[in-house]
Write a protein that binds this ligand. Structure first.
Ligand code: HEM
Length: 544
C-alpha cells in the first residue's frame, strides 16, 4: 500500500500539504480521494472511441477470462501488489498468477495486460503490432509534449507516422548519427581529460556525474548545435530532463485514475508542476528555435557539413506541415529519450566490470591490443578506429549490460486499438499492455545462468551469439520491437561504444578505499528509466 500511495502522497505534499505527516496524508487519501474515485468510476464514460465499440460489460467479461492475481482491492485494484521496482513485482506476480505469459492487473481503474513470455511478447509486438502500436492518454505528457504530439507519446495515427518518419529518415539515420562523431569525440576528450587530472592527483572521480554530463552534452550538441554550452544551456537542459523524468516516471496517479483527473480541482493539482516545467522548456526551446531561424540556412553554413535537429526540423517544417509546437515536442522528447538511457548503460557497464575484474582485464586487453594511440596528450580512440577494429568483446559487454540492466525494463506502455486474440484470450480494444522486457531477458528457461554477467554468451560460439538488439528475438528486447521500436539505437550504440572503449583503454580502475570491503551499492530506483540510486565513485590510475 505504501508504494501505491507514494505518488498520491507526493502530489499532495508537493501541491497542498507541505507540512503534513505521512500517516495523515495516507488517511486523507483513503478518506477523501478513494471514495471520490469510486464515485467517478460509477459515473464514468468510456474514454476512447475504441472502447466505445464494446459495451462495458462485454469488455469486463472478456477481461475476466484472463488470469489475474487474487487480492484485488476496491478502487486501487492490484496497485498495492506493485512494489517500488515494478518490473520485479510484475515478474514475480506473473510467475505465480500468469498463464501463457499473460496476466491481467487492475491498476487503479485501468485494466493492464502484463506480457512476460517471449511468445506472448511476439504476439503483441509482431503478430498484432499494428493493433498494439498506440499509447494511452496521459494529462502530464499531454502538457509536457505539446498535446502528446511528440514521437514517443503520440497515439498511433497519421501524425505519429509523420513524426516517426522524420525521426527515422532525417534525425537518427546512420549517416546523420555519424555526422556527429567529431562532436562525440570532443566530449569524450573532455571526460578523459578530467579523469586524467584526477588520476594525477590520486583522487576519486564521480563517474556517474561525468557520464551523465557526457550523454547530456552529446544529445545537446545533436539537438541544438555547437553553441549548446552558451549561457549554461546544457545544464538547464539536464535539469529539465530530470524534472520531466520525475513527472512522467513510475506508476502515476493520473495514469491509473483517469476519472479522478477529469475533476478540475484534481487536474489542476496534478498538472501544476508539469505546467511550470513545461513553461521553462518552452522558453528555452523558443529561444533556440529563434536563434536557428535567424541564422543562415544550414546548407550555407560551415560548408553545410553538420546540421543539428533544429536545423533539420525547420528545413522539413513545410513538407511535413509541422507547427512550432510540433517541433518543440520532437526536440523535448529527443532529450528525454536520448540522455538517461545511454548514461544508465555506460554506468552499469562500468559497475559490472568493476565487480568482475577478470572481465575488465579481458576487455582492456581487447581494446589496448587492437588500438594503439601513442602517448600524445589529448588523444582519444575515435569512432573510425573503432569501426576499423573488430572489438567483439566490447560489443558483447554492452549487449550483456543491456540484458541485465535495461534502462526501460517495461518499454513504454502500449495501447490496443482493436480486439485481438492472443493465446486463446480475446483482448478487448483499449487495453493497456506492458511488456516486461526485463523479465524476458532474465527468464531461466531462455537463458543460461540468467542472473550472471557473462558477455561471453554474446560472443561467437556463445548461446546468444546470433542475437542482436533490433527486436528480432523476443527473449531480448532492450529497445522494444515492432512499429514502436526505439529509433535511437544507432545514436545510443555509437555514444556508448566510444565512451566505454576510452574509459577502459586509458585507465585502470579501483574502488575508493572504504568501499572496497562493502562493494558497490546496487540499489535501484524506478522512474521513467531504472537507474542506480547512488553515484559510482571510482579511483582512476594511468596504466604504466
Ligand atoms: C541505450 C539507450 C536506449 C535504450 C535502451 C532505449 C530504449 C527504448 C525503448 C525500450 C523504447 C520503447 C519501445 C516501445 O515502446 O516498445 C524507446 C523508444 C524511443 N526511443 Fe529509445 N532507447 C535508447 C536510446 C535512445 C536515443 C539515444 C534516442 C534518441 C536520440 C531514443 C529515442 C527514442 C524515441 C523517440 C522513442 C519513441 C519511439 C516511438 O514511440 O515511436 N532512444 N527507446
Amino acid at each position: 500500500m505504501a508504494q501505491v500511495l507514494q505518488p498520491l502522497r507526493h502530489v499532495l505534499h508537493e501541491l497542498m500539504l507541505p507540512q503534513a505527516s505521512a500517516p495523515l496524508v495516507s488517511m486523507l487519501l483513503i478518506i477523501v480521494v478513494c471514495p471520490l474515485v469510486a464515485l467517478l468510476m460509477i459515473l464514468r464514460r468510456p474514454s476512447t472511441a475504441a472502447t466505445a465499440t464494446r459495451s462495458a460489460s462485454d469488455r469486463e467479461q472478456l477481461l475476466s477470462k484472463l488470469p489475474s492475481p487474487p487480492g484485488r482491492l476496491p478502487v486501487i485494484g492490484h496497485l498495492h501488489l506493485v512494489g517500488s521496482l515494478p518490473h520485479v513485482s510484475l515478474r514475480d506476480l506473473a510467475a505465480r498468477h500468469g498463464r501463457d505469459g499473460l496476466m491481467l492487473l487492475r491498476l487503479g481503474a485501468v485494466p493492464t495486460l502484463v506480457v512476460s513470455s517471449p511468445r506472448a511478447a511476439q504476439a503483441v509486438l509482431r503478430t498484432h503490432d499494428h493493433l498494439f502500436a498506440s499509447r494511452a492518454y496521459s494529462p502530464v505528457t499531454d502538457i509536457l509534449f505539446y498535446g502528446s504530439t511528440d514521437v514517443a507519446f503520440a497515439p498511433y495515427g497519421e501524425h505519429w507516422r509523420q513524426v516517426r518518419k522524420i525521426a527515422t529518415t532525417h534525425l537518427l539515420t546512420a549517416r546523420k548519427v555519424r555526422s556527429y562523431r567529431r562532436a562525440r569525440e570532443h566530449e569524450v576528450r573532455l571526460v578523459v581529460a578530467k579523469i586524467r587530472e584526477a588520476a594525477g592527483a590520486g583522487a576519486a572521480v564521480d563517474l556517474s556525474e561525468l557520464l551523465n554530463c557526457f550523454t547530456n552534452d552529446v544529445v545537446c550538441h545533436a539537438v541544438s548545435g555547437k553553441f549548446f554550452r552558451e549561457e549554461g544551456r546544457n545544464r538547464l537542459f539536464r535539469e529539465l530532463v530530470e524534472a520531466n523524468s520525475s513527472l512522467i516516471g513510475g506508476f502515476n496517479v493520473e495514469d491509473y485514475f483517469p476519472a479522478l483527473v477529469r475533476l478540475d480541482v484534481v487536474k489542476r493539482m496534478v498538472c501544476a508542476k508539469a505546467r511550470r516545467v513545461k513553461s521553462m522548456w518552452d522558453e528555452l526551446l523558443e529561444k533556440l528555435i529563434d536563434d536557428h531561424a535567424s541564422r543562415l540556412p544550414a546548407a550555407e553554413r560551415d560548408g553545410g557539413e553538420e546540421t543539428d535537429f533544429i536545423d533539420v526540423l525547420l528545413s522539413v517544417q513545410q513538407e511535413y506541415k509541422l507547427t512550432r509546437d510540433h517541433i518543440k515536442a520532437q526536440l523535448a522528447i529527443m532529450f528525454e529519450a536520448g540522455t538517461d538511457t545511454s548514461f544508465i548503460v555506460l554506468e552499469y557497464a562500468m559497475v559490472e566490470l568493476m565487480q568482475n575484474p577478470g572481465l575488465m582485464t579481458k576487455l582492456q586487453a581487447e581494446v589496448r591490443g587492437n588500438i594503439l594511440l601513442g602517448n600524445k596528450q589529448g588523444m582519444v580512440i575515435t569512432e573510425d578506429e573503432l569501426g576499423n577494429s573488430n572489438l567483439a568483446y566490447l560489443k558483447a559487454v554492452i549487449k550483456e549490460t543491456l540484458r541485465l540492466h535495461m534502462p526501460a525494463p517495461l518499454l513504454v506502455p502500449h495501447l490496443s486499438m482493436a480486439d485481438c486474440d492472443i493465446e486463446g484470450y480475446t483482448i478487448p480494444a483499449g487495453t493497456r499492455a506492458i511488456v516486461n522486457s526485463w523479465a524476458l531477458a532474465r527468464d531461466p528457461s531462455c537463458w543460461e545462468k540468467p542472473e550472471e554477467f557473462m558477455p561471453e554468451r554474446f560472443m561467437e560460439g556463445g548461446s546468444a551469439a546470433a542475437m542482436d538488439y533490433k527486436g528480432n528475438d523476443f527473449r531480448y528486447l532492450p529497445f522494444g520491437a515492432g512499429r514502436r521500436i526505439c529509433p535511437g539505437i544507432t545514436f545510443a550504440s555509437c555514444t556508448i561504444e566510444v565512451m566505454l572503449a576510452n574509459l577502459v583503454y586509458h585507465f585502470h580502475w579501483e574502488l575508493p578505499p572504504g568501499s572496497k570491503e562493502k562493494g558497490i551499492d546496487m540499489t535501484e530506483s524506478f522512474g521513467v528509466t531504472v537507474h542506480r540510486t547512488h553515484n559510482l565513485l571510482l579511483v582512476p590510475a594511468l596504466p604504466h
